[in-house]
Design a protein around this ligand. Structure first.
Ligand SMILES: Cc1cc2nc3c(=O)[nH]c(=O)nc-3n(C[C@H](O)[C@H](O)[C@H](O)COP(=O)(O)OP(=O)(O)OC[C@H]3O[C@@H](n4cnc5c(N)ncnc54)[C@H](O)[C@@H]3O)c2cc1C
Length: 472
């Protein structure tokens, strides 16, 4: 069957990939001229890549790893040493590490916490461990129930020291959701922690060996098109046109550069757009249904991705770093972490500015100046004294609406991939799946949408490949 999918982010592409596996014919429609949505990347005038976001993969991403294996590109994941590295604001230019030994989970993660003496005292470690016990013992159900609390409220309820909050959870919360612990739902960091405590390599980090657009999205497009599907860029969905019974009749695509609008008909329709454009496009009659009304409880969160190219090497650390800065979240020297961006003489820092609510409408100059001030704390040896590092160029990518804002209570608003409309499905990392607003969540949501379609509309012909297991 023909399945029209609006949105060529990871969710839309994964959905199309699994639909061709199930014997269907997907047509993916992307409004922009670039693949990938929130993982989209571009080349500047010098041929250097810049990206919507600094992206890392975790060992606890079963569906992403399986997808890359099926595409034959799993070797593009560059796995790093099993460690989490935090800057120490009180000792500028120094780091505190949680080195995870290669022994079974959860002892490996627990050992890394017990061994770290810079960030936590013994009393804090014990309180922290006791506070986490219910999450470990009672599992994901408990973790989901904690969605009613902010992380800060939950930590206070567990009697966990404020220092643990400021030291570890602000960093984790900003890295996972781009918001602070007093805003973020407790479910988010607890979900991540639970995974890290369950899986030996769950917290191990990998970087892609190049730009996500070329190295991850393009192989998905090739896979889809080689098997009869289609992926069209510059094809914005303008309207979801309905039949009298409220099912989808057709997608109306906006004609660009003076071209007329185009009608696209299929048997089944999927929205793999992010939640904000979907809400705008919902047909009036659907808005009366509770399923679609709930989407009003979801909206994308602001985030800014900053790229700085320097005239020298600032660090040789080949890993993600948690800045613990009020302005910034995580950062990495991509000249060390990513094969295609490698440079042995010069650093290219990619830094995530979050929370970005108060920064999203500020000028590039203001953002750049504030970031450079933070760098004096992160790399004092290169930004104080006489021979300071020189910034060669920069790129700043602002995303006013990225992943859904994961404040308390949002789990109840996240929709299933199957909707009350017989021929309309949803994919996107905001839809319900346990990996939250992540690349893994996007891939899983696309896979779940494809599985729901394959179940409701089995392909008349033999599937080209047997359906694959959904990792969880
Ligand atoms: C700065 C940043 C850092 C991140 N870091 C990480 C990380 O380290 N690890 C991780 O796992 N995740 C990370 N994420 C999250 C991850 O990128 C997202 O969860 C994931 O890519 C979302 O994919 P998606 O397909 O659900 O949505 P999107 O990527 O938003 O895709 C939606 C697509 O729909 C298209 N679209 C919208 N409207 C229309 C229309 N009318 N017609 C046609 N197409 C339309 C959009 O252009 C877009 O391509 C990060 C995100 C950002 C922004």
């Amino acid at each position: 069957m023909r399945v029209a999918i609006a949105g060529a982010g990871l969710a839309g592409l994964a959905c199309a990939k699994y639909l061709v596996d199930a014997g269907h014919t997907p047509i993916v429609l992307e409004r922009r001229d670039v693949l990938g949505g929130l993982v989209a990347a571009w080349k500047d005038e010098d041929g250097d890549w810049y990206e919507t976001g600094l992206h890392v993969f975790f060992g606890a991403y079963p569906n992403m790893i399986q997808l890359m294996t099926e595409l034959g590109i799993e070797d593009r994941l560059q796995w790093k040493e099993h460690t989490l590295i935090f800057n120490q604001p009180e000792k500028p230019g120094t780091y505190s590490r949680f080195d995870v030994p290669d022994i079974p989970a959860p002892i490996n993660v627990i050992t890394s916490i017990l061994r770290n003496n810079d960030m936590l005292t013994w009393e804090q470690k014990i309180r922290f461990a006791v506070g986490l016990l219910p999450a470990i013992v009672r599992g994901q159900k408990y973790v989901e129930d904690m969605d009613k609390y902010s992380l800060l409220e939950w930590l206070q309820k567990q009697g966990i020291d404020d220092r643990v909050n400021s030291d570890i959870f602000i960093a984790a919360s900003k890295a996972l959701t781009f918001i602070d612990p007093d805003d973020v739902s407790a479910t988010i960091p607890l979900t991540a922690l639970n995974r890290f405590l369950k899986e030996r390599y769950g917290s191990k980090v990998a970087f892609l060996d190049g730009s996500p657009t070329e190295r991850l999205c393009q192989p998905m497009v090739d896979y889809i098109t080689e098997r009869g599907g289609e992926v069209r860029l510059n094809a914005p969905l303008k309207e979801i046109v309905l039949n009298d019974d409220g099912t989808v009749k057709e997608y109306l695509l906006r004609g660009l550069n003076g071209a007329p609008d185009e009608v696209l008909q299929a048997d089944i329709y999927v929205s793999a757009m992010s939640v904000d454009p979907l809400k705008v496009m919902l047909p009036q009659v659907w808005r009366k249904q509770e399923f679609f009304q709930k989407l009003d409880g979801l909206e994308g969160v602001e985030v800014i991705n900053i790229h700085l190219w320097f005239d020298r090497k600032l660090t040789d650390i080949d890993q993600l770093l948690f800045s613990r800065s009020p302005l910034l979240s995580v950062y990495a020297d991509m000249s060390n972490t990513c094969k295609e961006y490698a440079n042995s003489d010069r650093s290219m820092l990619e830094l995530v500015l979050a929370p970005a609510k108060d920064w999203i409408s500020r000028s590039e100059e203001e953002i750049l100046n504030a970031t450079m001030t933070e760098l004096q704390k992160l790399f004092p040896q290169h930004f104080t004294g006489e021979n300071t590092a020189q910034l060669l160029k920069h790129k700043i990518v602002k995303t006013p609406r990225s992943v859904y804002r994961a404040i308390p209570g949002r789990q109840a608003y996240r929709p299933s991939q199957k909707t009350p409309i017989a021929n309309f499905y949803l994919a996107g990392s905001y839809t319900m799946q346990e990996f939250l607003g992540s690349m893994e969540g996007a891939v899983l949501s696309g896979k779940l949408a494809a599985a729901a379609i394959a179940e409701d509309y089995p392909a008349p012909t033999e599937p080209k490949k047997s359906p694959v297991a959904i990792g969880g």
